[in-house]
Write a protein that binds this ligand. Structure first.
Ligand code: SAH
Length: 216
């Protein structure tokens, strides 16, 4: 899977390749026989684990903000796969925090991570943690972050996430309803932000737990 993403030019960073090789996607999906197919998969609760090429693209966009010792927030952490990749990249001196609003997904993501030889020591040691919460509020406890990733599409960029970004930090977030753009938000050293669109994407909505469970 990783070699395929490298040969298609989706992965160009060795650090990204190493993280995706270290964290076995097979431990994070309900049916491991589809684990290495480049497609999103249903994980219940009306949501999906993103396709490997989307995870790879987001890791690439955040690569410079995922160096050892850095802090990263993953909003809508779902299966925990990408949060685990982030944790492996920032290492035991860094901090990778997942926020997910479905408690059952938080519990299963912790189990998935515990099964991963690369990620479970980071969970035990506390540099990797997943919390139940509304990710539109970010996670103020460990802010500011070098990198923030959002795994669900927001109608507009939540202010709290920009507030919790470090100067020099980068937020990657799908924005829109039916038509969505993957936006890259860079916070400059004077606190202003620069925003660009990377590509068109299709994500499940960043919404309330009730609306998601109703299938809206
Ligand atoms: N990146 C994850 C999950 C992607 S699906 C993975 O690849 O496994 C998007 C996730 O965002 C779902 O798990 C959904 O429950 C969660 N989500 C949606 N709105 C949210 C909100 N307001 N706060 C926290 N999590 C949210």
């Amino acid at each position: 899977m990783v070699e395929n993403l490298q040969s298609h030019g989706v992965i160009t960073s060795d650090d990204v390749a190493k993280a995706m090789e270290a964290v076995d996607r097979g431990l994070f999906v309900p049916d491991p026989s589809y684990a290495y197919v480049d497609s999103p998969l249903s994980i219940g609760y009306n949501v999906t684990i993103s396709a490997p090429h989307m995870h790879a693209m987001c890791l690439q966009l955040l690569d410079k903000n995922l160096k050892p010792g850095m802090r990263v927030l993953d909003v809508g952490s779902g299966t925990g796969y990408l949060t685990a990749c982030f944790a492996v990249m920032v290492g035991s001196e860094g901090r990778a925090i997942g926020v997910e609003h479905i408690p059952e997904l938080v519990a299963s993501s912790v189990k998935n991570i515990e099964a991963s030889a690369a990620a479970s020591p980071l969970l035990k040691q506390g540099s990797l943690a997943i919390h139940v919460g509304d990710g539109r509020q970010g996670w103020a406890e460990f802010a500011p972050y070098d990198a923030i990733h959002v795994g669900a599409a927001a109608p507009e960029i939540p202010e709290a996430l920009i507030d919790q970004l470090k100067p020099g930090g980068r937020l990657v977030i799908p924005v829109g309803n039916l038509f969505q753009d993957l936006q890259v938000v860079d916070k400059n050293s004077d606190g202003s932000v620069s925003i660009r669109s990377e590509t068109s994407v299709r994500y499940v909505p960043l919404t309330s737990r009730e609306a998601q469970l109703r299938g809206e």
